[in-house]
Design a binder for this molecule. Structure first.
Ligand code: TYC
Length: 101
């Protein structure tokens, strides 16, 4: 028996894109104490004191500031935990995530 095997002329090209990193963004509000924001940036995001203070100040002055970038699930978990830490104290402090370009 003669078997006819069709050989594909083109080779399937497998391209896996690297998963995008996600930014954690801190938003300003009128109620959360500055020191509390700095404390959260240090404890949840491991920012050194000076960096935490600079990020807090930029959000305070400009309305928002990128805290750091992480893999998506880590960014989302940290943003949620940090937002919850503020809510637990009755503050409207908000962190969100956004994919990097
Ligand atoms: N604007 C707040 C205040 O004056 C401090 C603050 C800074 C709050 C940054 C949130 O993301 C923030 N008490």
């Amino acid at each position: 028996m003669t078997e006819i095997v069709a050989v594909p002329k083109t080779k399937a090209k497998v391209e896996t894109e690297r998963p995008r990193l996600h930014k954690v963004i801190l938003f300003n509000d009128d109620y959360t104490p500055r020191e509390f924001v700095v404390t959260i940036l240090k404890s949840e995001f491991r920012l050194p004191e000076a960096r935490a203070h600079a990020v807090m100040l930029t959000a305070h002055q400009r309305g928002a500031c990128v805290v750091a970038v992480f893999a998506r699930d880590i960014a989302e978990t940290k943003a949620a935990r940090a937002t919850e830490a503020g809510a637990a104290k009755g503050y409207p402090l908000r962190f969100d995530t956004e994919p990097e370009e």
